[in-house]
Design a protein around this ligand. Structure first.
Ligand SMILES: NC(=O)c1ccc[n+]([C@@H]2O[C@H](COP(=O)([O-])OP(=O)(O)OC[C@H]3O[C@@H](n4cnc5c(N)ncnc54)[C@H](OP(=O)(O)O)[C@@H]3O)[C@@H](O)[C@H]2O)c1
Length: 331
């Protein structure tokens, strides 16, 4: 039986970035439905922060990380879409991508096209597939048409900069919010039609102004606690609030009567992992992402990269809103 040694990052208890420990682990052979992958680069995501802090509770000890790219070394019984020697990339449960080598379920691992580097693959799978399901599958009842306004919070972040470009390619007028003028400039350079610095401007008033008082059809809100209620005020009647994250903290329980009072609104709390429930849905979404990136319509901005051993600094910077675009850990 194979016994491979790998560096990995894990936590033994919830807490701050100081809980992230570099350890040695032993990796064996893949079982049924599994693969062994040797990572070339690992993606950093805000969900890693929620899992580290304990906002999303998981059993300890916990090897963090949900996104990476690398070489498939071995496949277990029943795996037919991958073979040893393939290049692969994934966004996948369970956590564990902060490492050199791991055994994991094959279902969400996709062959990475030769034209896409390992670094880009590691940076884009979780964030790009999220932008995909938000803009293509998390829609108001009548769908989105070219020219429609959508509001996208934290638009200069990892998911955000991908969404700016993808929305433009779909003909949508994305209004992006971000926490500084510099970040606002970045969203516009990536296709946002309008940018609002929500650290100093009232974004509800600005959205009303931009849309001639009508409001937007969808708000994509990953900031959570600080923006949720104000996001409802940006919607036109029958509009949809897609609450897909909690960067500022968990959203308070909602009084449903507010949705009636504000115009028969819809609220959804989607997660990528419902969309990645099957091999077929995962591959279809990945093919869409590969076409957008391979065809040059979406550029993946890797604005920060840290060696695996500096993962504590990477978490610090992500939480302190010092990052833009995507962040990877290098091996
Ligand atoms: N549900 C899903 O399927 C799913 C999948 C992927 C990601 N997400 C969510 O999407 C969001 C973006 O993920 P990401 O990995 O690409 O992260 P990111 O956007 O690169 O980083 C988070 C951004 O949120 C903004 N923010 C606002 N208030 C904040 C606060 N109090 N603390 C920290 N940041 C704050 C910051 O931008 P500004 O400084 O510009 O405000 C920060 O840069 C996260 O909330 C994540 O959980 C959800």
């Amino acid at each position: 039986m194979t016994q491979i040694s790998s560096r990995a990052v894990r936590i033994d208890q919830n807490g701050g970035p100081e809980q992230l420990k570099l350890v040695e682990v032993t990796v064996g052979d893949p079982g049924p439905g599994e693969i062994r992958i040797r990572h070339k680069a690992v993606g950093l995501n805000f969900i890693d922060v929620y899992q580290r802090e304990g906002l999303y509770k998981l059993p300890m000890p916990l090897q963090l990380g949900m996104e990476a790219a690398g070489m498939i070394e071995a496949v277990g019984p029943g795996v037919t879409h991958l073979k040893a020697g393939d290049r692969g990339a994934y966004a996948s449960q369970p956590p564990g991508s902060y490492c050199e080598v791991r055994v994991m379920p094959a279902k969400c691992v996709c062959k990475l096209p030769d034209a896409i580097s390992f670094e880009t693959g590691a940076a884009m799978m979780l964030k790009g597939l999220t932008a995909q399901y938000l803009l293509k599958k998390t829609l108001p009842a009548e769908g989105l048409q070219s020219g429609d306004f959508v509001l996208f919070h934290a638009a200069a972040g990892g998911v955000g900069l991908i969404a700016c470009q993808w929305a433009k390619a779909l003909g949508l007028q994305l209004i992006g919010t971000a926490g500084s003028d510099e970040k606002c400039g970045l969203t516009k350079a990536n296709g946002a039609a309008f940018a609002i610095n929500y650290a100093k401007e009232d974004f509800v008033a600005r959205v009303k102004e931009i849309t001639g008082g009508k409001g937007v059809k969808v708000v994509y809100d990953s900031v959570g606690k600080d923006t949720f209620l104000k996001s409802l005020d940006c919607l036109r009647p029958f509009g949809l609030l897609a609450s897909f994250g909690n960067a500022s903290g968990k959203v308070e329980p909602l009084d449903l009567g507010l949705l009636a009072a504000k115009g028969s609104l819809y609220v959804s709390r989607p997660t990528i992992f419902t969309h990645l429930a099957t091999r077929e849905s995962t591959q279809a979404m990945a093919d869409d992402l590969f076409a957008m990136v391979g065809g040059g319509k979406v550029k993946i901005h890797i604005d920060q990269s840290y060696p695996l051993a500096q993962v504590q600094q990477a978490h610090h910077d992500l939480e302190a809103r010092k990052t833009t675009g995507c962040t990877i850990l290098t091996l």
